[in-house]
Ligand binder design. Structure first.
Ligand code: FE2
Ligand code: FE2
Length: 307
């Protein structure tokens, strides 16, 4: 585990002496999820390659194409179990989870309009994603849909924690407004990382195999359209060439590459005793959270995390 991730103590118990790899960890009872309205405006002069290089910028752009419809699916999959949640604390967390994901969907829809204004075929990609998700919801049980959300939430929280723990590397050269945008989304993913998990365990019956198969299916399935979407955007930009792809391979698979660095945290999901709160939260997430609480401003909260 990254040394800069601190452990929460409240509500966390560590487990079995007989099976030390099986832990019994729960969401802290006093953990709060804060509804924060999205207030982002994507200025037309925001650089097209806002990370200072082509691949990393377009990879984040391609990834977020799926967010508006993905977030709607996450919300629905949790809502399907709303009547079965008896814990009032979890009920409140679900309410705020739904608010946060709704705001993420709204903000990323706005960003998709910004991408469209750059001449990218955003509508085609979004329609394909929407079609795939609608089909998935049609053919899957509510439990499988929730397990997919649990797996996706683990991916977004792992990415968020990685971003806050390695902010000298991830988004290090990003345009400040884009960095603030992703830190806001990343922070809320960390903050609500266990909500879908707790609903899955408490209201849907839980189960190791359904959730692990969901992640094993979702992760490679997501990487294919992500890679193709990134390359399609680079092609539209006139930047699809060997030099940029080599740089992209480093961004993903190099020593500090996103894929390499997040994989160990992602694989933690396969431990039978896994719980999202076993990693606590990064110190800088706390810094961001209190700065946002004081200012109600994502730009100022982001700046407060810069040392
Ligand atoms: Fe989200
Ligand atoms: Fe989320």
């Amino acid at each position: 585990m990254d040394s800069s991730i601190s452990r929460v103590s409240s509500g966390v118990t560590t487990g079995s002496a007989i099976l030390p790899w099986v832990t019994s960890i729960t969401t802290p009872r006093d953990h709060t999820i804060i509804p924060r309205p999205a207030k982002f405006v994507f200025a037309t002069n925001t650089p097209r390659f806002w990370q200072g290089e082509v691949f990393g910028s377009r990879m984040f752009d391609a990834m977020q194409l799926a967010f508006p419809d993905g977030e709607r699916m996450f919300i629905q999959s949790v809502r399907n179990y709303a009547d079965k949640i008896s814990d009032p604390v979890l009920k409140t967390q679900v309410k705020h989870f739904i608010y946060q994901e709704g705001q993420h969907g709204k903000a990323h829809s706005d960003f998709n309009k910004h991408l469209k204004s750059q001449g990218l075929n955003v509508q085609g990609s979004v329609a394909m994603i929407k079609g795939a998700l609608t089909w998935f919801q049609k053919i899957s049980s509510h439990k499988v849909q929730l397990a997919a959300t649990v797996a996706a939430e683990h991916l977004t929280a792992s990415l968020g924690e990685h971003m806050f723990s390695n902010d000298d590397k991830v988004l290090a050269n990003a345009h400040p407004s884009m960095k603030a945008f992703y830190m806001w989304h990343g922070a809320e993913e960390v903050e609500h990382k266990a909500v879908a998990w707790d609903v899955y365990q408490q209201a849907a019956g839980g189960g190791y195999f359904t959730r692990t198969i969901a992640l094993a299916t979702l992760y490679p399935l997501a990487l294919v359209p992500l890679t193709l979407g990134t390359m399609a955007m680079m092609y539209s930009d006139g930047e699809l060439n060997v030099t940029e792809l080599k740089k992209g391979a480093r961004v993903m698979f190099g020593k500090d590459g996103l894929f390499r660095k997040t994989l160990p945290a992602i694989l933690e999901f396969y431990k039978p005793g896994f719980h999202p709160w076993q990693t606590g939260y990064p110190d800088k997430f706390e810094q961001w959270k209190s700065a946002y609480q004081e200012s109600n401003d994502a730009d100022l909260a982001m700046q407060a995390t810069l040392n």
